[in-house]
Structures are given as structure tokens and as C-alpha cells.
Ligand binder design. Structure first.
Ligand code: FES
Length: 145
């Protein structure tokens, strides 16, 4: 195999790798048609998140254009919080037994107002106003900013 052919193949491989990386980056940044990106609708693992999917005192994390949102049902009320821990960015979850929002990574705890109950997190979770209709749950606005 000639040196020129080897150099050509190496160059082709580099171009392919760069193209693949750029494609991945664009796919991440580009809004998905019908998906959560660009929409205020919350989308769970099985599609649009309906209010009826949550029983009383249940919570789950869904995605929207606002990022990951923790939704907790308390009676008729839907409580929304940013689901990204303010310590190092892990995804928090609702624990009905402790009645706290918990981070599995380093043990931070928050209440349903997003306030830190236990570190290492120092900053609160952002609160999110939600609305619900027959098509699903949507983000109305961030309450803290
Ligand atoms: S990332 Fe949540 S406590 Fe560290």
C-alpha cells in the first residue's frame, strides 16, 4: 500500500469522524419536530405527560424546552421544579416517603418550594408554573426569574 493511499485513507477517516461529531452536535441543538425541544409541553418516557399519569403524591421527571422538570402531584395541584440538582447537575427525584426532593448523587435534599434542606447543594431548585389540559402538562413560566 502506498504512502499516498494510507494518507488518503487517514484523511477520509478524520473527515468522517468530524462529520459524525458535527451531526451529533447539530442533532442535539436542532429542535425536534413534534418532540419536546422547542415546546413547552412536558414529554415523559411514553410521550406527552398527562396530568392523569400522576397519582396523588407521585412525582416524575419529564423534558421540555425548559429542560428537565420534576412534576409532583399534591391533590389537584401540580408542582413543578427544575429537576437538575444545583450542586453538580444530577437529576433529582421526588421521594414520597420522606416528602423531599432528593438527589441520588451526593445526597442533597430540597422541599417542594425548591429550598435546600440539606447540602452539599447551596442554591434552590427553580420553581416552574405548570398548566394542564387534555393534551398534557405544559410549562407556563419560571417563577423565580
Ligand atoms: S449533584 Fe446533587 S448533591 Fe451533588
Amino acid at each position: 500500500m502506498s504512502r499516498r493511499l494510507v494518507n488518503g485513507l487517514l484523511g477520509l477517516g478524520a473527515v468522517s469522524a468530524l462529520t459524525g461529531l458535527m451531526g451529533t452536535a447539530l442533532a442535539y441543538l436542532w429542535p425536534m419536530a413534534g418532540g419536546a425541544a422547542g415546546s413547552t409541553r412536558l414529554v415523559g418516557r411514553e410521550g406527552p405527560l398527562l396530568a392523569t399519569a400522576l397519582g396523588d403524591d407521585e412525582g416524575l421527571v419529564a423534558r421540555s424546552s425548559e429542560g428537565k422538570i420534576l412534576v409532583v402531584r399534591k391533590g389537584d395541584e401540580l408542582i413543578g421544579l427544575e429537576a437538575t440538582c444545583t450542586h453538580l447537575g444530577c437529576t433529582v427525584a421526588w421521594n414520597a416517603a420522606s416528602q423531599q426532593v432528593e438527589c441520588p448523587c451526593h445526597g442533597a435534599r430540597y422541599n417542594l418550594r425548591g429550598e435546600v434542606l440539606r447540602g452539599p447543594a447551596r442554591d434552590p431548585l427553580g420553581r416552574i408554573e405548570l398548566s394542564a389540559d387534555e393534551a398534557g402538562i405544559s410549562v407556563v413560566r419560571r417563577l423565580d426569574s
